[in-house]
Design a binder for this molecule. Structure first.
Ligand SMILES: *[C@@H]1O[C@H](CO)[C@@H](O)[C@H](O)[C@H]1NC(C)=O
Ligand SMILES: *[C@@H]1O[C@H](CO)[C@@H](O)[C@H](O)[C@H]1NC(C)=O
Ligand SMILES: *[C@@H]1O[C@H](CO)[C@@H](O)[C@H](O)[C@H]1NC(C)=O
Ligand SMILES: *[C@@H]1O[C@H](CO)[C@@H](O)[C@H](O)[C@H]1NC(C)=O
Ligand SMILES: *[C@@H]1O[C@H](CO)[C@@H](O)[C@H](O)[C@H]1NC(C)=O
Ligand SMILES: *[C@@H]1O[C@H](CO)[C@@H](O)[C@H](O)[C@H]1NC(C)=O
Ligand SMILES: *[C@@H]1O[C@H](CO)[C@@H](O)[C@H](O)[C@H]1NC(C)=O
Ligand SMILES: *[C@@H]1O[C@H](CO)[C@@H](O)[C@H](O)[C@H]1NC(C)=O
Length: 786
C-alpha cells in the first residue's frame, strides 16, 4: 500500500519537476525524510535529483538519479549511498549533522551509511550540475563528494582512480553489489573482472593478450581514467575510446551493467531513451559467469545475450541467471541406470577431471560412467592430432555454442529420465514468475507482532497523524492478507488500480477505442495525466493468484516494440489492464487510410518481428501471442509499431495440468490469421504467431485487406496467399505491391519481405522461420534465404 502510494507520489513529483519545492542544498542540522517524496535535492540545471529511491518492497536507498527521461520508480541511478543495506520506508532519514557528518539512519534505529566527515565550520550539501553531490564548507573546501565513491556509474568529468572501483548491480532489479568490477589492476592496466562467490577471472582486455598487445601500457602509474563531456574516454594505460556520437554535448553515463558489460549510454532527448554509444565487449557471452552453471549462453546482437538451461535442468532464480540452472533429476550410483544426452556443437569450458587422448565415443562414455563426479564429457576431434579427445567434466560452466564448432557435449542423466526430454536443447522457462522481494524485517507484512511494535513505536515517536496512518495501514495489511501481496510490483512503476479509479479515468467507460476477443478497450486519462488504454477483460478469471502472477509477469516485459503495461485492476469480477495509449491508432486503420509509405511499412514489419521475437525468445517461451493481426499492432507518434494484447492467451487459458506446456482450452485468435495447427489440433507453438505475422505482412505490402465477409471466410487469407505466390512465381512484383505507394519503393527490400512473409505462412510449421530468424533476414545480416 504504502509502497504504491509512494510510487504515485514519486511520479506526481517527477511530473511536477518545474514547480517543485525541492531543496537546493541541505544545511547543518537538517534532514531529508523517506516519507516525504518531495524531500529531494535538485541540481541547478534540474538534470539530477538526490533523495530516497525505492529499491524493493518497503526498501529505499539514498541515491542520485537522472531527472530525464521522466521516471518514477525505476530511474537511472548514478550513485547509491547504501546499496547493500536499504532502509525502511518509514522514519528513515538522511541528515547532515551538526558535527559535519552525513548520516543515513534506518527507521530511526540503525545507521545504514555515513560519510565519516567532521567539520566545525558551517557547511552545506549541494548537488552540482554534473551530478556530483558535494559537502562543502562556506569557504568551498570539499569535505566529501559522491564522485569519490562511485557505485556502478561514471559521469563525464568524474575520474576513475587508483582508489575507486565500479561495481555492477547484482541483477536487473537488485541494486546491491554484484560480481563485476572495473578497476586499475596492480600493473596499472584498466580491467574488468568477474569476482564471483566461487571463481574469479579477468575478462577484459582478453586475458590471453599481453597488455601491450591489447594496446595498454603498464608504465604510467598515475592510474586515472575519465570521460570528457564530448564523449571521449581516456585512461592512463593509453586505453581510449569515443562515443558513437562523439563531439556532441550530450548527456552521457558510463556504466558497468549487471551483465558485466561496460557500456556508454547517451540520452536521446527527443525520444527520451538512452542509447548505447559504446560497449567494451561485443559478444557478451565472452563475459564470465553470466549464465551460471548448467546453462548455455548465446548471443544475438539485436536481442542481446540469451541464457538457456540445458535440457533436463531448470532455472534457479528467474531474476538472476548467474545462479544458473539445477538438474531436475538425481544421478544414481548404479552405472547401468545412467545414460548420456547429446548437445550438438556445445562446449563447456574448463573444469575437466581428466583428458584422455585417442578415444572412441564408447570408451569416453565408460570413462565418465566410472567417475562418480563426472557430470558429462566433451568429445572433441582435434585436427592437428587426427584423433578424438575425451574431456570428462565435473562442473558444466562457461557453456556456449562456438561458431563452427564440430565437437559435441554429452550430459550424464538417468535412463528413465532421458525419455522425458527430447534430444535437443530447449529454452527452459519457469511457468510461474518467481518474484523475490527485498523485505525489511521491521514491517514484515504477515508478522502482526512486529506491526504492533511499529504501532507503539510510532505512537511514542510520531504525532497524531502518524498514528492515524499506521492504523489505517495496519488495518489494511490485516484485512488483505491475501496472496496478492506477494506480487506487488517493484522497480517498474507497475501499479494496482482500483476499479473506481479506472471508472473515473475512462469517464465511466465512455470512449471505446477497440474491441477484441479478450475484451473492450477504452481510452482514459489517469490521475497523473497520462493517457492510457484500459482493457476490460470479458472472460471470467478463475484463479485470482494466477491472474496476478501473470499480469505481474506481463508487466515486466519491456521492449520498444511491445505495448507497455502500466498496471491492472482486480476487484471481485472486474479485471482490467492499463496500458500505454498510442495516438496513431492501429495498423489496420492506417492501412485503410493509406498513411504509411513504403519505408514506413518495411520498418513496421521489422518492428513487429522484433517485438514477437522478444516475446518468444527472451526466455519467455510461454508468451505466445496467438492473436497477431493489424488491429493489435499499434503505432506510436513516429509510426513505430508496438504489439498489443500479448500475454492474454496464457492469462485466459489456464487449462491446468502440465505447467510447462501452454494448454489451450479453446481456439484463440482471429479467423484469417490463424495457423492450420488450430484447425488440425496440432501442438501450438510460437510458430502460430509466425503464421499470423506472415499474413499481416502480406496485407501490409499488398494493401489488400482480408475480406472476411465473403463466404467460405476461413479461406480468406489462403486466397490472398495463393494469389501472392502466383504473382511471385510469375515474377509480377509490381502487381503484389500496394498501388497506393505509387511505385515509390525499394524493389529488393520488397522482394525480400514478400519472400519472408511467404515462408512464414507455410502450412508446415517446421518450414516457417522463427521470429528472430525473420528479424535477422529482414536486417539483411544473415546470409541468403534458407
Ligand atoms: C541554500 O538554500 C537556501 C534555501 O533554499 C538558499 O537561500 C541558499 O542560497 C542556498 N545556498 C546555496 C549555497 O545555494
Ligand atoms: C575531449 O577529448 C577530446 C580528445 O582528447 C578533445 O578533442 C575534446 O576537445 C575534449 N572535449 C572537451 C569538452 O574537453
Ligand atoms: C600518465 O597519465 C596521465 C593521465 O592520463 C598523464 O597526464 C601523464 O602525462 C602520463 N604520464 C606519462 C609519463 O606518460
Ligand atoms: C570460464 O572460462 C574462462 C576462460 O575463458 C576461465 O578463466 C573461467 O574460470 C571459466 N569459468 C567461469 C565461471 O568463468
Ligand atoms: C543396477 O540397476 C540394474 C537395472 O535397474 C539392476 O538390475 C541392478 O541390480 C542394479 N545394481 C545394483 C548394484 O543396484
Ligand atoms: C581418466 O579417468 C579414467 C577413469 O578413472 C581412467 O580410466 C583414465 O585412464 C584416466 N585418464 C587419464 C589420462 O588419466
Ligand atoms: C589410436 O588408438 C588406436 C587403437 O587404440 C590405435 O590403433 C591408433 O594408432 C591410435 N592413433 C593414434 C594417432 O595414436
Ligand atoms: C539482492 O542481492 C543480494 C546479494 O545477493 C541478496 O542478499 C538480496 O536478497 C537480493 N535482493 C533481492 C530483492 O533479491
Amino acid at each position: 500500500m504504502i509502497f504504491l502510494a509512494y510510487n504515485l507520489a514519486f511520479f506526481i513529483l517527477s511530473c511536477a519537476v518545474l514547480n517543485i519545492s525541492a531543496l537546493d542544498n541541505l544545511s547543518k542540522g537538517s534532514c531529508l525524510s523517506v516519507e516525504k517524496p518531495e524531500n529531494v535535492l535538485i541540481s541547478p540545471n534540474r538534470l539530477f535529483f538526490a533523495g530516497f529511491h525505492p529499491v524493493g518492497e518497503n526498501a529505499y536507498s539514498f541515491a542520485i538519479w537522472f531527472a530525464k527521461p521522466l521516471c518514477y520508480s525505476n530511474c537511472n541511478l548514478v550513485w547509491i549511498a547504501n546499496r547493500d543495506s536499504p532502509v525502511n520506508g518509514r522514519l528513515s532519514k538522511f541528515c547532515l549533522q551538526g558535527n559535519g557528518n552525513l548520516i543515513l539512519t534506518d527507521a530511526n534505529q540503525f545507521t545504514s551509511w555515513e560519510s565519516n566527515t567532521a567539520s566545525t565550520a558551517s557547511s552545506q550539501l549541494i548537488l552540482r550540475d554534473n551530478g556530483n553531490l558535494m559537502l562543502l564548507t562556506d569557504s568551498d573546501e570539499i569535505l566529501w563528494q559522491s564522485f569519490d565513491k562511485p557505485t556502478d556509474t561514471l559521469l563525464p568529468g568524474q575520474p576513475l582512480t587508483k582508489h575507486t572501483t565500479l561495481i555492477s548491480s547484482r541483477s536487473k532489479g537488485n541494486y546491491s553489489s554484484g560480481y563485476y568490477r572495473l578497476f586499475f589492476d596492480d600493473d596499472n592496466v584498466l580491467r574488468l573482472v568477474y569476482d564471483g562467490p566461487e571463481t574469479s577471472s579477468i575478462y577484459w582486455p582478453d586475458p590471453w593478450l599481453l597488455s601491450n598487445e591489447a594496446g595498454r601500457s603498464r608504465y604510467n602509474d598515475s592510474r586515472n581514467a575519465v570521460l570528457n563531456s564530448s564523449g571521449y574516454f581516456r585512461s592512463s594505460d593509453q586505453f581510449m575510446f569515443r562515443a558513437a556520437d562523439f563531439g556532441l554535448e550530450k548527456i552521457r553515463r558510463l556504466k558497468i551493467d549487471y551483465d558485466g558489460n561496460l557500456r556508454l549510454y547517451s540520452l536521446d532527448e527527443n525520444l527520451g531513451i538512452w542509447v548505447v554509444s559504446w560497449q567494451a565487449i561485443f559478444s557478451s557471452c565472452g563475459i564470465h559467469g553470466t549464465c551460471g552453471p548448467n546453462s548455455l549462453c548465446s548471443y544475438d546482437p539485436r536481442i542481446g545475450r540469451v541464457c538457456s538451461c540445458l535440457n533436463g535442468f531448470k532455472i534457479k532464480n528467474h531474476d538472476d541467471f548467474s545462479l544458473g540452472c539445477e538438474p531436475e533429476f538425481e544421478l544414481s550410483l548404479n552405472k547401468s541406470e545412467l545414460t548420456f544426452i547429446k548437445v550438438s556443437q556445445a562446449n563447456f569450458y574448463g573444469y575437466n577431471i581428466n583428458v584422455t587422448r585417442n578415444t572412441t565415443l564408447k570408451r569416453c562414455e565408460e570413462i565418465c560412467l566410472e567417475l562418480h563426479n563426472c557430470v558429462g564429457f566433451w568429445y572433441r576431434y582435434k585436427k592437428e592430432d587426427g584423433v578424438h579427445f575425451c574431456y570428462a567434466k565435473r562442473v558444466l560452466r562457461n557453456g556456449s555454442i562456438p561458431p563452427q564448432s564440430t565437437s559435441d557435449m554429452f550430459i550424464k542423466m538417468p535412463k528413465n529420465f532421458k525419455n522425458h526430454v527430447s534430444g535437443k536443447l530447449i529454452k527452459n522457462c519457469p511457468s510461474k514468475p518467481n518474484i523475490e522481494r527485498l523485505s525489511r524485517t521491521y514491517v514484515k507484512k504477515h508478522g502482526s507482532g512486529s506491526i504492533e511494535v511499529l504501532l507503539w513505536f510510532t505512537i511514542i515517536l510520531g504525532g497524531l497523524e502518524m498514528i492515524c496512518m499506521s492504523s489505517v495501514w495496519y488495518f489494511l495489511s490485516r484485512s488483505k492478507k491475501t496472496v496478492m501481496h506477494q506480487y506487488v510490483h517493484v522497480g517498474t512503476g507497475f501499479k494496482r488500480f482500483t476499479y473506481s479509479e479506472l471508472k473515473k479515468a475512462t469517464k465511466n467507460f465512455s470512449e471505446i477505442i477497440g474491441e477484441g476477443g479478450s475484451g473492450i478497450m477504452y481510452k482514459g486519462v489517469l490521475a497523473d495525466g497520462r493517457v492510457a488504454a484500459v482493457k476490460k477483460l470479458s472472460e471470467a478469471i478463475k484463479c485470482e493468484a494466477e491472474f496476478l502472477a501473470e499480469v505481474s509477469m506481463i508487466g515486466r516485459i519491456n521492449h520498444m516494440n511491445l505495448i507497455e503495461m502500466w498496471g491492472y485492476c482486480s476487484e471481485r469480477k472486474h479485471h482490467l489492464l492499463v496500458c500505454e495509449y498510442m495516438e496513431n491508432g492501429s495498423l489496420a486503420e492506417n492501412l485503410c487510410s493509406n498513411t504509411i509509405d513504403w519505408e514506413g511499412r518495411f520498418e513496421i514489419a521489422i518492428g513487429i518481428a522484433k517485438g514477437l521475437a522478444y516475446l518468444h525468445e527472451e526466455c519467455l517461451e510461454w508468451v505466445l501471442h496467438c492473436d497477431v493481426k493489424p488491429q493489435n499492432i499499434l503505432l506510436d507518434s513516429n509510426y513505430q509499431p508496438k504489439v498489443a494484447d500479448f500475454g492474454l492467451s496464457k492469462l485466459m487459458n489456464r487449462g491446468g495440468g502440465n505447467e510447462s506446456k501452454v494448454k489451450f482450452s479453446k481456439i484463440r485468435g482471429t479467423r484469417g490469421y490463424m495457423a492450420p495447427e488450430w484447425i488440425f489440433s496440432l501442438p501450438i507453438t510460437s510458430k502460430v504467431d509466425v503464421y499470423s505475422y506472415g499474413v499481416v505482412v502480406l496485407e501490409t505490402v499488398t494493401g489488400r485487406r482480408l475480406d472476411m465477409s465473403v463466404k467460405g471466410n476461413e479461406m480468406g487469407e489462403k486466397r490472398m496467399i495463393n494469389w501472392v505466390r502466383e504473382m511471385v512465381s510469375r515474377g509480377d512484383w509490381i502487381e503484389v505491391m500496394d498501388p497506393l505507394v505509387n511505385g515509390e519503393y525499394d524493389k529488393d527490400k520488397m522482394e525480400l519481405l514478400v519472400r519472408i512473409a511467404l515462408k512464414c505462412v507455410e502450412d508446415d510449421r517446421n518450414a516457417r522461420p522463427s521470429m528472430s530468424r525473420v528479424v535477422q533476414m529482414l536486417l539483411g545480416n544473415e546470409g541468403p534465404m534458407p
